[in-house]
Design a protein around this ligand. Structure first.
Ligand SMILES: CCCCCC/C=C/C(=O)SCCNC(=O)CCNC(=O)[C@H](O)C(C)(C)COP(=O)(O)OP(=O)(O)OC[C@H]1O[C@@H](n2cnc3c(N)ncnc32)[C@H](O)[C@@H]1OP(=O)(O)O
Length: 375
């Protein structure tokens, strides 16, 4: 039986729902492997190609340049459909959506079908002993931060700022504290192309960092392992940074063709001096926990074997201090710099918006994403 336009529109709406659902990565990857060159899930590419074929007919867009990996993958997928009639493309699209939806319901309740955590528990928030703990919980991916997680962390901070806890802790589950931005965030290109992606990412990043600048209570980082990228830069906005002696601090921005964020371009030179900051932020020097402590980025380093016990005992004691005095003291220390920090944040995001569109960045990210899987 021929697929009606209504069936097709229903399927298109179903896909929109899948794409706005925090678990979309899992769902859209269920039945297909990845496109190996740019890691756009191949089911997403198939959906894209069939949609274009069904609505516009055979591929009519000019072939993108070789460095435009995402659009090139889309072009390849659409061109591969040749002269498939629109009606057949509609039918195939509806069938594919139906298969994806079936695999979605059969995978419910199985966390991380492909080894990923679902968006819902990739950030775990708990409150105990007057301390709100925000834990990055994606250990298989070294706690790298997906777009969904940025939103969840912002929501958690907003709630923690208003709850009755004395302080808020950010930490990671597993062997890593956080490996920074999930580089797959750059593969999900909207219809407006890479410009729109870069603009949206800059807006998100600015809001994210603003939440740390404006956080009203003591913010503590419990750095349980190596830290990379944005998880390092925002440490300058924390009031205390406790680190295990296993932790390292790495900001490989120029290697990725990008530039510093999290107000680090202003705060790092202030706390460690311009020369040390340059070595980290320009040349990507990885610091040990002890080096980071000597340079003022880390408050105190603990032996890994006693790290959790010592840190939580200390924090529980601090959480019993008179709360209003603690808050007011934090605000006295931080408020004079707030306006400057917001301006620095805005400027860093603007620069990044352009870096994300550069060949240097696109190539570095695709190199990482196309690494051979470990055996
Ligand atoms: C809205 C946008 C805001 C953007 C803000 C700007 C932020 C900028 C940054 O944070 S820049 C820093 C980005 N991070 C990195 O460049 C780190 C990349 N990762 C690595 O170099 C390594 O994975 C490692 C050194 C962190 C760990 O190495 P290793 O111990 O050898 O483990 P694996 O590489 O096998 O990692 C295990 C598993 O995790 C995946 N993974 C780790 N980090 C990331 C990441 N940042 N993005 C995406 N995926 C990551 C890795 O691919 C492995 O997955 P697999 O098992 O192969 O499926």
């Amino acid at each position: 039986m021929a697929t009606s336009q209504k069936d097709f529109e229903t399927a298109v709406n179903q896909v929109k729902l899948l794409q706005t659902d925090p678990e979309n990565e899992v769902k859209l990857k269920l039945c297909c492997c990845c496109c190996c060159c740019c890691r756009v899930p191949s089911s997403q590419l198939k959906l894209y190609a069939l949609y274009k074929q069904a609505t516009e007919g055979p591929c009519n867009m000019p072939k993108p340049g070789m460095f435009d990996l995402i659009n090139k993958a889309k072009w390849d997928a659409w061109s591969a459909l040749g002269s498939l009639p629109k009606e057949r493309a509609r039918q195939n699209y509806v069938d594919l959506v139906s298969n994806l939806s079936t695999s979605e319901s059969s995978s419910q309740g199985k966390p991380g079908t492909d080894g990923k955590q679902s968006g819902h528990d990739a950030v775990v928030v708990t409150s105990e002993d007057g301390i709100t703990k925000i834990m990055l919980n994606r250990p298989a991916k070294k706690n790298s931060v997906t777009t969904q997680m940025y939103h969840e962390i912002m929501l958690a901070l907003e709630a923690a700022g208003k709850d009755d806890s004395a302080m808020t802790v950010l930490t990671g589950n597993g062997d890593y504290y956080c490996s920074g931005n999930d580089l797959n965030n750059f593969t999900d290109i909207p219809p407006g192309g890479i410009e729109e992606k870069a603009k949206n990412s800059a807006i998100l990043l600015r809001k994210f960092v603003d939440c740390f600048i404006d956080f009203p209570k003591p913010l503590i980082a419990v750095v349980n392992g190596p830290a990379v990228g944005i998880s390092v830069t925002i440490l300058g906005l924390f009031d205390i940074v406790y680190a295990t002696d296993r932790a390292t601090f790495h900001t490989p921005f120029t290697h990725l063709g990008i530039s510093p964020e999290g107000c680090s371009s202003y705060i790092f030179p202030k706390i460690m001096g311009p020369a040390k900051a340059a070595e980290m932020l320009i040349f990507g020097k990885k610091l040990t926990a002890r080096e980071a402590c000597a340079q003022g980025l880390v408050t105190e380093v603990f032996p890994d074997s006693t790290f959790q016990k010592e840190v939580w005992t200390r924090l529980k004691a601090y959480s019993k201090l008179p709360q209003n005095a603690v808050r007011i003291s934090k605000q006295l220390i931080r408020n004079t710099e707030k306006e400057k920090l917001h301006a620095v944040n805005a400027e860093e995001c603007l620069v990044l918006q352009s870096r994300w569109q550069s060949d240097e960045c696109v190539n570095a990210v695709s190199n990482f994403l196309s690494r051979k899987p470990k055996l």
